[in-house]
Design a protein around this ligand. Structure first.
Ligand SMILES: [Fe+2]
Ligand SMILES: [Fe+2]
Length: 315
């Protein structure tokens, strides 16, 4: 082991952060680029199911909340692309990979938001699951990723609360509103469980990621934490989670629950979910429509640089 590698191992063992200028193994860099890019893409694609409801929000207040939430997700995407850039890739290249289907995003965003209750349930379950996944990433061994996650997690907690608050209003509303919340929960429960990734036995990269301090808990540990956190929240809403075998296990001090359909998960990841084609087509269109903005920004930057060079030459 050479000195650089020893230094890297020591830093990880001491639970210190690796910074962009530090030496790091090629595979560590590659893993982080893949994970951060996938995370950034998820934030950006994740704007679509909810963005679909901004024009149809039932009141000014609900519209303002939803707008703020969707805008936050755009911001999360930007922090994360910036974190990925510190590893030597550029955002342009990552965006190309997304729209050419060469990099993935979270399978959850390939499901449609069919009613306004989905806005509440997405905040409650999807942002709730995201929080379980992301809080440990605030202690990730790669500095720029960890720091981005601290900011993101603060906003995610607002997302979860706004969803839950909407659901509380709906379950105290009319029977139809209560039924809408139940129907939406039935649809989103299983895809939310899938957000933690495949069971530990099927997740070959987990051990290496944990050894590198990128991941702090296994997929199954995080999924269990999410289930245990969500059950009392469902009770408070008066909503049933659609799993007849969900029950408290006194011995394990945790809930037993049914696994989601992992074949469906694989099918959605490989492109055949209900909205995969629509999500990518929309992202591609938005990228094409934004070409003139990127060109104008590039031309402006060039002009500024030329002006700065002239001023320097005179001085
Ligand atoms: Fe986010
Ligand atoms: Fe969020």
């Amino acid at each position: 082991m050479d000195a650089l590698e020893a230094r890297f191992e020591e830093t990880i063992a001491a639970d210190q952060r690796i910074e962009p200028r530090d030496w790091m193994p090629v595979a560590y860099r590659r893993t982080l680029i893949r994970q951060i890019a996938q995370h950034a893409h998820s934030e950006i694609i994740g704007m679509q199911p909810e963005g679909n409801w901004i024009l149809r929000a039932p009141s000014l207040r609900r519209k303002a909340i939803l707008l703020a939430k969707v805008q936050d997700e755009a911001g999360h995407g930007m922090y994360l692309y910036a974190a990925a850039e510190t590893l030597g890739v550029d955002r342009e290249e990552l965006t190309e990979k997304l729209i050419e289907s060469k990099q993935r995003y979270s399978s959850i965003f390939n499901y449609p938001a069919l009613s306004f209750a989905d806005i509440g349930v997405i905040g409650w379950l999807v942002d709730g699951a995201a929080i379980c996944n992301q809080v440990p990433l605030c202690r990730c061994s790669y500095g720029p990723y960890a720091r981005a996650m601290i900011r993101i997690c603060k906003e995610e907690s607002f997302h979860q609360r706004q969803g839950y608050e909407l659901l509380l209003a709906m379950v105290h509303g009319t029977d139809t509103q209560r039924e809408m919340v139940q129907e939406s929960t039935n649809r989103w429960w299983w895809p939310s469980l899938m957000m933690f990734g495949p069971p530990d036995g099927d997740s070959p990269n987990t051990q290496q990621s944990m050894a590198w301090g990128i991941k702090r808990h296994t997929n199954d540990e995080l999924r269990q934490r999410f289930v245990d956190m969500t059950v009392p929240q469902a009770t408070a809403l008066g909503i049933t989670l659609p799993d007849p075998d969900l029950r408290w296990n006194e011995e394990r001090q945790a809930h037993d629950y049914t696994q989601p359909d992992w074949d469906e998960f694989k099918a959605v990841l490989s492109g055949s979910g209900p909205c995969n084609a629509q999500r990518l087509a929309h992202r591609r269109r938005a990228h094409e429509n934004g070409a003139w903005v990127r060109e104008a920004a590039g031309a402006y930057a060039e002009k500024q640089a030329a002006r700065a060079a002239r001023t320097e030459a005179v001085a």
